[in-house]
Design a protein around this ligand. Structure first.
Ligand code: MF3
Ligand code: CO
Length: 255
């Protein structure tokens, strides 16, 4: 079921989204050579706590997962692209880090992700990140009243294909609101004009993730969570929670 939100509820979701944006920027600011992933999780925890928010990631256990999620952020390094667990790993110069964070405030949830290079990034990595962000914004631009889910999906898929990146329709976007994962599912590829019609009041997370090697194959670590490219190539992930409004798409996970 898709629950349509009132303008007041969308403002409440934007308050949760601002907490997510603050946590992501705090993690970005702390992420440096030698810093441990679990230290970055602690940075995000502090931002959520200070805001009076809780984490929809912590202890989350979807069907695919063997254990409850142990952190408030997913930290995916290099060939890991989604659901990386905050471990004792220390960041190195040139690591490509994807950070995914959620927050629940006053009963409403925001979900967002960023990717960036630690220290000096290569041109290839910077391009992968830039194209992933571009796909996110291309998808957001389609999220208008009367458009179809397939319009959003196709916009994302086209960017990956043009760039020659690997693209998988597992783990795409999703409805978000009172909980982190709601209907509808928003695949990262699809056909324009197909699928559910978007309406004013829908709130969705759009989240492209691309693999530099051009293959779509991935594997999951023994931890049951960390998703890596099968070919060892690097991945990038970008995500915003947005609302479909009478004025067009509104990004909620922003300062
Ligand atoms: N943005 C991710 C998603 O929608 C957040 C879930 S990560 C988890 O799948 F750790 F909470 F599972
Ligand atoms: Co998400």
């Amino acid at each position: 079921m898709v629950e349509l939100k009132t303008p007041g509820e969308i403002d409440a979701m934007a308050a949760a989204g601002r907490v997510v944006a603050r946590a992501l920027e705090a993690v970005r600011a702390e992420a440096a050579v030698g810093v441990r992933l679990r230290d970055l999780d602690a940075v995000a925890r502090a931002v959520l706590r200070d805001a009076g928010a809780t984490s929809p990631f912590l202890n989350y256990q979807p069907r695919f997962a063997p254990t409850p999620y142990p952190g408030v952020v997913c930290l995916s390094v290099n060939d890991a692209v989604l659901h990386g667990i905050p471990t004792g790993y220390r960041l190195r110069d040139g690591d490509l880090l994807s950070v995914d964070c959620g927050a629940t405030l006053d009963g409403w949830t925001g979900d967002s992700a960023i990717s960036f290079c630690v220290g000096s990034g290569t041109e290839d990595d910077e391009r992968l990140i830039e194209r992933t962000e571009h796909a996110l914004h291309a998808g957001i631009a389609e999220a208008r009243d009367g458009a179809r889910i397939g319009d959003v999906s196709a916009a994302i898929g086209a960017v990956a294909r043009d760039a020659g990146y690997g693209l998988h329709t597992d783990f795409g976007g999703h409805g978000v609101g009172r909980t982190m994962h709601e209907d509808p599912h928003i695949p990262n590829d699809g056909r324009p004009g197909r699928g559910l019609r978007l309406q004013i009041g829908m709130t969705i997370a759009i989240e492209p993730w691309f693999l530099a090697g051009g293959q779509d194959a991935y594997r999951v670590d023994d931890d049951g969570w960390t998703l890596r490219s099968a070919d060892g190539s690097r991945g990038a992930h970008a995500e915003h929670t947005i609302a479909v409004t009478a004025e067009g798409p509104r990004v909620l996970t922003t300062l």
